[in-house]
Design a protein around this ligand. Structure first.
Ligand SMILES: *Cc1c(COP(=O)(O)O)cnc(C)c1O
Length: 230
């Protein structure tokens, strides 16, 4: 079996991604050197799940001036301050308490990251995110968070959904984005749909995703889940 280099994998990947889709390289399974190699191939946006990992890698790569760090993992409220010091984007705002804490910290720290609401539109005991009823109930309180800059919605699908079901959930997220925008001017900047991982990004893009978070497809490692083969 031939092993493709990171540059080869990226070149192939880029052929399949429409130009309007932003690629965030999920670097949680790789080292600072792995990120450096991806940087040489032109990548600038990197996603990390854990704040301490992001801080360590950011320090190791402080000579690279134009890296953009995305927080994509569940964020404990007591790590929110440190998250603001490393992440330019936080995709995983998944509960009211966290939003309110960020609202306060943004004023204190002066950092104004781009934020995404993480939604959960298919039941999944293993994932966080707003379910529709809860999101609807929390909207008025969220809209009181005057200092936050929400730019989109993010979702992670439950494992093992068939392709048609997966695409339907992605389409539902896109409809929620449209609905929120019409609901209140607070949501007028919701332009990003952060959906699609290595195993399902083609379905997500077909449903309107304009930001994919890819780990395995870029860095190898864990086998990607083939959605046609479940
Ligand atoms: C790990 C992770 C990814 C990337 O997963 P792959 O299947 O390796 O592409 C994307 N988003 C989140 C939130 C993750 O935790």
């Amino acid at each position: 079996m031939t092993v493709m280099s990171l540059a080869d994998r990226l070149a192939r990947l880029r052929e399949t991604l429409p130009p309007h889709v932003k690629l965030v390289a999920v670097s949680k399974y790789t080292t600072a050197d792995g990120i450096r190699e991806a940087y040489r191939c032109g990548l600038r946006d990197f996603g990390e799940n854990r704040v301490p990992d992001a801080i360590a890698k950011q320090e190791a790569l402080s000579d690279l001036p134009d890296l953009v760090w995305h927080g994509i993992g569940t964020l404990q409220t007591n790590k929110a301050r440190r998250a603001l010091s490393v992440f330019s984007w936080i995709h995983s705002v998944d509960r009211l308490k966290l939003a309110q804490t960020l609202d306060r910290l943004v004023v204190e720290t002066g950092s104004t990251p781009r934020l995404l609401l993480q939604v959960k539109l298919a039941p999944d005991p293993d994932k966080e995110g707003w379910e529709p009823d809860q999101l609807w109930a929390d909207l008025p309180a969220l809209q009181q968070c005057q200092h936050l800059n929400f730019v989109g919605l993010m979702t992670i699908l439950p494992l093992g959904l068939a392709p048609t079901a997966a695409q339907a959930v992605f389409e539902d997220v896109a409809r929620w984005r449209d609905r929120l925008r019409q609901h209140h001017p607070y949501w007028q900047n919701l332009e990003w749909l952060s959906m699609g991982m290595s195993g399902d990004y083609d379905l997500a893009i077909a449903a309107g995703s304009n930001l994919v978070r890819l780990g395995t497809a870029i860095f190898g490692g864990r086998p990607a889940i083939d959605p046609t083969n479940l």
